[in-house]
Ligand binder design. Structure first.
Ligand code: TRP
Length: 457
């Protein structure tokens, strides 16, 4: 039973609590670490000139991402329900308006739209597993690897099949509840990290390591437009899984005595570390092979197979790598789907299985737009972009930052200081910093960047 008592101490989630602080951190890290770190971060850094983009991204992660993540966790733990219900409940309790539920609803919709393209890219990853096993990268040069990729994405049947398969996997796991996944994440995330280090060794010895490092860390602000700044901000929200209620949903199961700050710091550091690490793997390889860092979404798929193809145990390592990447994508995808499914189970008469099937089908259908972006519909552009580019722009660069603004406004302005400080362990130094960032810095910075990028100021 949900308690309607005002004191959060007695309020319990319908679904129970995480078994430990580590379990929560693993779950949130599992959702945070995904294609955003290994696929999106390198290609976006490459497209936006490297160093300056990376620096701005890191600043946003710590100055905007961190306070927003803390706000989301504290809201979630205080409400202990699905994001829509939590926002409605706390809205009434703290500010007198249950219309805050629309903020929860916006997050649920954003997550579904993101999953629509996320699943297509995860499908690319899945397709690379049989390619790796059958040794297609062995000894291949850059041109051959590029052909392999272009032939694949140019084939609508292949791309749609992979997307369908990935959505089916999602449906399969989520319709049974996410139990067991936590255990798997505990083993697979460290394994992925380990493999990234193995790859790092190869990229360090590739001969272009220093060129890659200087591309990533020498800020050249002339190469960074306001649009690039907005992209860095969107990516910071995306990679931390914030701005869509997903972290709120996880916070609902967090035991009362766990420190939200410590948990948020661990997740942010782990997530950022993996993104930077994959940049350090990829850029040296880009330069060593005369590739173009601004290649776009194909970047990772055109660099990593190259190096696998030259390694001794390349077939083996490539296979493990794409399996792990697909798994990292799956743990994130489940996090993207769970809010919608949880909402549907709690608010309609459909059971978990039916709800999962309906939501998965809807997302699958939206995903067709992205799946056809590189082939049948590649000429179909609006606002100068493909369907994928537009869905990504609208979700990551508009919907996520806007939700983040409202989340900080709610946590730092609407909620009483009593409530927020109770969740954040009192009025100490950390609380003051959080308050400063969540009240002023984050919302103002997001709005200014946003208005700059769309040309209003
Ligand atoms: N953070 C994930 C990644 O970097 C993607 C993601 C964004 C996500 N929002 C989410 C995952 C919400 C789970 C829940 O790949």
């Amino acid at each position: 039973m949900l308690s309607s008592d005002n004191s959060n101490q007695e309020r319990q989630s319908l679904h129970g609590n995480w078994s430990s602080r580590l379990a929560f951190i693993m779950a949130v890290t599992g959702s945070a670490v995904g294609l955003g770190n290994i696929w999106k971060f390198p290609y976006m850094a490459g497209q936006n000139g490297g160093g300056a983009f990376v620096l701005v991204y890191l600043l946003f992660v710590f100055l905007i991402g961190m306070p927003v993540m803390m706000s989301e966790i504290l809201i979630g733990r205080r409400g202990r329900r699905n994001p829509v219900a939590t926002m409605a409940l706390l809205g009434e309790e703290e500010g007198g308006s249950k219309h805050w539920k629309w903020l929860g609803a916006l997050g649920v919709i954003t997550a579904m739209l993101i999953l629509s393209y996320y699943s297509v890219i995860a499908g690319w990853t899945l397709t690379y597993i049989p390619k790796a096993i059958s040794g297609q990268f062995t000894g291949a040069d850059a041109a051959l690897i590029a052909d392999l990729f272009d032939d694949f994405v140019g084939n609508p049947t292949a791309v749609i099949s992979a997307h369908t398969f990935f959505m089916f996997l999602n449906f399969f796991v989520i319709s049974r509840g996410v139990k067991g996944l936590e255990v798997a994440v505990k083993f697979l995330m460290p394994a992925l990290l380990f493999l990234l280090f193995v790859l790092l060794y190869y990229s360090v010895t590739s001969g272009s390591f220093s060129e890659g490092v200087s591309f990533m860390f020498t800020p050249n602000f002339a190469a960074l437009s306001w649009d690039g700044v907005l992209t860095a901000m969107g990516l910071a929200c995306f990679t931390l899984s914030i701005g869509m209620g997903a972290i709120m949903a996880y916070g609902a199961y967090l035991p009362q005595e766990t420190s939200i700050t410590n948990a948020a710091v661990s997740v942010v550091v782990a997530d950022t570390g993996i993104a930077v690490l994959s940049g350090l793997v990829i850029f040296p390889l880009v330069f060593a092979n005369g590739l173009n860092p601004g290649e776009g979404p194909d970047l990772v798929f055109k660099t990593l197979p190259l190096v696998f193809g030259q390694m001794q145990a390349g077939v083996f390592l490539a296979t493990i790598f794409f399996v792990l990447l697909a798994f990292a994508a799956l743990t994130s995808a489940l996090g993207l789907m769970e809010p919608a499914v949880a909402w549907m189970v709690e608010s309609t008469n459909y059971n978990r299985k039916a709800s999962s099937a309906i939501i998965a089908s809807l997302i699958w259908f939206f995903g067709l737009g992205t799946a056809l972006s590189d082939n049948l519909l590649s000429e179909f552009k609006f606002f100068q972009g493909t369907i994928y580019e537009n869905v990504d722009f609208i979700t990551s660069n508009i919907m996520l930052p806007m939700s983040a603004v409202f989340i900080t406004i709610f946590a730092a302005w609407v909620m009483s200081k009593n409530s927020s400080s109770e969740e954040l362990d009192g009025h100490g130094f950390v609380y003051k910093i959080w308050q400063l960032l969540a009240r002023y810095f984050a919302p103002i910075a997001i709005l200014v960047i946003f208005l700059q990028a769309i040309g209003w100021i």
